[in-house]
Design a binder for this molecule. Structure first.
Ligand code: GCO
Ligand code: MG
Length: 445
């Protein structure tokens, strides 16, 4: 009989007592009950950590598996960095694994803090993703040990399910209108609208740099004005064609000069966007004060953040309304829940990054946190293909615009390693191809 069976045996009431939610008795008595229940069993140790890559949708997903000294007890955590997956694998297998092996599974925060500084230099995308894989896996294990979904360890539910937004778009107004109406029929109340790709490159006719033989053929052109005008037109059209109720979101994806982003936000005010995302690149967060002075359009920011220096000021000065970090890019669930707590005091709501380059484990971690925090705003969502659901049994599901987690101990998502191996990473390593202004100037992606 292993620890989890004991916990199940002690029964839910006692388990809750053991974990100190309901304190029918004094701490020592609780500790005694717990130690009597697990008498003679060695403390639970990390025995192995490995990074697993898979790409059922040709997106480079990375999941970390943490194995323990209790047979069959393991945890999964998302470490997906689609543009640099192999570097994360090296950070996990070559550095975090030898560092964490033999350490106590229970002490998530202590292990996080020490792993975080074990590289001396920190707060970067590669090491944060590796850290996130370990961190989330430890939360998954703690949920399995407590025989509870992770949201219960985070304080239980603040809502019955996770309200989501979906992506809609098209290269022309008719196409965009149709895709929005389809999403509304599927029950979505929040819909992100984009005219073509980020920055509407399909509207950029002139690529003078190409004629001048500058750059490489793969580099794609993007002009500022056609994008801005198309975006204003799109909001006007969708608002009149789809009504006042539907919540409309848009991602500027930091593709235009900051002052133009400020002007665009002001021109979109009449269409009451739910939020406008990434008006500026992280390098330009100094512009937020000016933006706030000129418009009250709700602003979302953060998917590119890796460091507290990027989010603490924006949240504590109420310069944004939604914090959109990519949970694995900030170092995991332990960090994201602290960001959520900081946000609560300044009424900045969550809108965690949740596109295709987050694994189903990462989506589940997003959703468990979304369920448990008061200042939940909205969750970006994707639907998982049959292939992805086979590789990741227990994927969250979407119904009527709500994400539902698989109610099971831990995150409720598993990984079939054999099937995962059937989907190796695509040959292209994953970097973003350059985007250029007509004169060839590089555009932040
Ligand atoms: C979003 C994002 C993504 C990113 C992608 C980068 O809001 O969902 O902007 O589309 O561009 O995750 O790899
Ligand atoms: Mg975005």
């Amino acid at each position: 009989m292993n620890r989890r069976d004991m916990v199940k045996g002690v029964g839910f009431g006692a388990a809750v007592g053991v974990l100190g939610f309901l304190r029918p008795t004094t701490d020592t008595a609780v500790a005694q009950t717990y130690s009597k229940a697990t008498q003679g069993l060695p403390p639970l140790k990390i025995t192995n950590i490995k990074a697993i890559l898979t790409a059922p949708e040709r997106i480079r997903l990375c999941v970390v598996k943490v194995e323990t000294s209790e047979p069959g007890l393991y945890g999964l955590g998302c470490a997906t960095f689609n543009q640099r997956p192999l570097t994360v694998v090296a950070a996990v297998n070559e550095y975090l694994a030898p560092f964490a092996k033999g350490r106590d599974v229970d002490n998530i925060e202590d292990l996080w803090q020490n792993a975080y500084t074990s590289s001396y230099w920190r707060n970067g995308p590669v090491l944060n993703n590796a850290l996130s894989g370990l961190d989330q896996a430890l939360w998954d294990i703690k949920g399995k040990r407590a025989n509870m979904p992770v949201y219960q360890l985070l304080g239980g539910k603040c809502r019955f399910a996770v309200d989501c937004y979906t992506h809609c778009g098209g290269n022309d107004l008719k196409g965009i209108e149709e895709s929005v109406k389809k999403a509304m029929e599927r029950g979505f109340r929040h819909i992100r609208i984009q005219c073509g790709g980020y920055g509407s490159p399909h509207l950029s006719k002139k690529a003078d740099y190409k004629d001048a033989g500058f750059g490489a053929p793969v580099d794609s052109p993007m002009a500022v004005r056609p994008y801005i005008e198309a975006t204003v037109e799109m909001f006007e059209h969708v608002r009149s064609a789809c009504g006042k109720e539907v919540e409309l979101l848009h991602d500027i994806h930091e593709r235009i000069p900051p002052i133009e982003a400020i002007n665009l936000c002001k021109r979109l005010e009449p269409y009451h966007p739910f939020f406008i995302e990434d008006p500026f690149a992280p390098e330009d967060i100094g512009y937020f004060k000016m933006l706030r002075q000129q418009t009250s359009v709700p602003i979302a920011m953060g998917e590119l953040f890796n460091s507290p220096h990027e989010w603490v000021g924006l949240i504590s000065e109420r310069l944004i309304d939604f914090i959109r970090v990519h949970i694995s890019q900030v170092g995991g669930l332990s960090v994201a829940r602290k960001i959520a707590t900081l946000g609560e005091w300044f009424n900045v709501r969550s809108a965690w990054h949740g596109p295709g380059d987050v694994s189903p484990v990462g989506h589940a971690a997003n959703a468990h946190l979304d369920l448990a925090i008061w200042n939940f705003g909205i969750q970006e969502s994707v639907s998982f293909s049959d292939k992805t659901q086979e590789v990741f049994p227990g994927c969250p599901t979407i119904e009527n615009g709500y994400m539902h987690i698989h109610e099971a101990p831990g995150f409720g998502v598993d990984l079939n390693e054999e099937l995962a191996a059937k989907y190796p990473l695509p040959a292209n390593p994953g970097y973003w191809d350059p985007v250029r202004r007509p004169d060839g100037t590089a555009v932040r992606p």
